[in-house]
Design a binder for this molecule. Structure first.
Ligand SMILES: [Mg+2]
Length: 401
C-alpha cells in the first residue's frame, strides 16, 4: 500500500489546529494531529517542507520503520516541533492501518484493557464558590475526577482561569502578560482544598496543577499540606528539565505527583519513572511522537507502577483525543485522560465517534481512530496567530508559564 499524497491542513475553528492527511494508492487515507500550541506553523512547515516529500512512495503499512526513519534519520532528534510532526505521521498511519484491516486502533494495540478511559474535567473560576458549584455539577453529570483551579486572591489573571475581560496585552505586545506570586499562591492553595473538600466530600477524585511555578521545597511543603485531601495528583509542581528535583519533593510528601505534558520522548522522564519519583506521566500522543512512542513510554513505566494521565487541553485536536481514547482503553497502565470540550466550531471541521459516558471516554466502532476532517469546512477558518500568556513575578522577572 503506497503513500501517494501527504498534505497539511491548518485551520482555526475556535483555535488553531494542524492536521496531516496521508493518502494511499488503495484509496484509504488517514489523519494525524501535529498541533503545537502557539508554535503551530513551525510544525506545519516541518511536515510540509521536510517529512511529506519523504512519505511519497513509502509503504503505509510500515509504521515503525517510518517512525525510526524520521526520528533517527533527521540527525536532530527530539524537541516539540520534530516530535509533534512525527506524531502526526504516526497517528495517520495507525488510522490507515485500522481502516485497511477494518478494525478500530485499540484492537491493533492488543485489544481492550477496559471499555473506557476515566477522564477528568476542569473546575476553574475566579471565585471559590463557583469552583465548588462546578465540581458539584460535574459530579452530577457523572464525572469521577475534576481538576480544581481558582484565581489566587491578590492576582488579576492566572493560568487555567477564565480571563476577566478581553485580556491585558502590554503596549505593542501581541501576547498577554500575567503577574504571579508564589507566596500568595501557597497561602491560598491549601485553604482552597479545605473549602472544596468540606463542600464536596471524598467521593470525587480531585486534581490540581501548579504549572511549574514552585521550587522543590515549596512543592514538598504543598504536597505535605494537601495529604489529608487525598488528591488523585498534584501536577507540574516544578519544571522537570532537572528530573532529580523530584527526589526532593518525593522525600517530603506522599501526595501523588504528575508531570510531563511538555515532554517529547522517554528520555525526558526516564529517571522520573525508573526512580519512581512520580505516579503519573502526562506525556501526550501529539507531543511525544505519536501512538508508537507513547506506547513505549507506557511500557517502560508499567513495571515501575507509574501510570499514564495524558494531557488533554483543548489545543489537542479531536484527532489526538480520538487516538488517546484508543490508547487509553488498550494500555494496561493508562489511568486517566484529561478532557476539555473543544470549541463549538471544531465540530464543523472534525467529525468524531468517540464520546463521553458516565465520566469515561469511550471509543466508537469506526475502523481506524474514528475521526475525520472536512477540508472545505477547514478552509473557512483561517489560521490566527496566538500566544500562550507570559508570567511575570512580582519583582518583574519572567516566571515559568
Ligand atoms: Mg499541567
Amino acid at each position: 500500500m503506497k503513500i501517494t499524497g501527504a498534505r497539511v491542513i491548518v485551520t482555526s475553528p475556535g483555535r488553531n489546529y494542524v492536521t496531516l492527511k496521508i493518502e494511499t494508492d488503495e484509496g484509504i487515507y488517514g489523519i494525524g494531529d501535529g498541533t503545537l500550541n502557539g508554535r503551530e506553523l513551525a510544525v506545519a512547515s516541518y511536515l510540509q517542507d521536510h517529512l511529506c516529500p519523504m512519505l511519497i512512495g513509502r509503504d503505509a503499512r510500515d509504521i515503525e520503520d517510518t517512525w525510526q526513519l524520521f526520528y533517527r534519520g533527521a540527525y536532530w532528534r527530539r524537541g516539540p516541533v520534530t516530535m509533534a510532526a512525527i506524531a502526526a505521521v504516526d497517528v495517520a498511519l495507525w488510522d490507515i492501518k485500522g481502516k485497511a484491516l477494518d478494525t478500530p486502533v485499540w484492537n491493533l494495540l492488543g485489544g481492550r484493557s477496559r471499555d473506557g478511559i476515566m477522564c477528568y474535567a476542569h473546575a476553574s473560576s475566579r471565585s471559590l464558590e463557583d469552583v465548588i458549584e462546578q465540581v458539584q455539577r460535574y459530579t452530577a453529570e457523572g464525572y469521577k475526577a475534576v481538576r480544581v483551579q481558582c484565581l489566587v486572591p491578590g492576582l488579576e489573571e492566572m493560568y487555567g482561569i477564565p480571563r476577566a475581560g478581553a485580556g491585558r496585552t502590554g503596549i505593542g505586545l501581541p501576547y498577554v502578560e500575567q503577574g504571579w506570586s508564589t507566596e500568595k499562591y501557597l497561602r491560598f492553595a491549601p485553604k482552597m482544598f479545605d473549602r472544596v473538600r468540606a463542600a464536596v466530600g471524598f467521593d470525587v477524585a480531585l486534581l490540581h496543577d501548579a504549572h511549574h511555578r514552585l521550587t522543590p521545597s515549596q512543592a514538598g511543603w504543598l504536597g505535605k499540606r494537601l495529604e489529608d485531601h487525598q488528591l488523585l495528583w498534584l501536577e507540574d509542581t516544578v519544571p522537570a528539565e532537572l528530573q532529580a528535583s523530584y527526589r526532593v519533593i518525593r522525600q517530603h510528601t506522599t501526595t501523588p505527583l504528575a508531570v510531563g505534558e511538555v515532554f517529547n520522548t522517554l528520555f525526558d522522564c526516564e529517571q522520573l519513572i525508573r526512580e519512581q519519583l512520580i505516579d503519573y506521566i502526562r506525556a501526550s500522543i501529539v507531543h511525544a511522537g505519536g501512538i508508537s512512542h507513547l506506547r513505549k513510554i507506557a511500557a517502560f513505566a508499567e513495571p515501575y507502577g507509574v501510570r499514564t494521565g495524558c494531557h488533554g487541553a483543548a489545543d489537542l485536536s479531536p484527532v489526538t483525543m480520538g487516538a488517546a481514547v484508543h490508547f487509553g482503553v488498550a494500555t494496561y497502565n493508562a489511568a486517566v485522560q484529561e478532557y476539555n470540550v473543544h470549541p463549538e466550531e471544531a465540530s464543523d471541521v472534525f467529525d468524531w465517534d468517540w464520546g463521553l459516558k458516565d465520566g469515561f471516554l469511550v471509543p466508537g466502532d469506526r475502523p481506524g481512530i474514528g475521526v475525520d476532517i472536512d477540508e472545505k469546512a477547514a478552509a473557512r477558518f483561517e489560521y490566527e496567530r496566538a500566544y500562550l500568556p507570559i508570567s511575570r513575578r512580582e519583582d518583574g522577572s519572567v516566571g515559568n508559564y
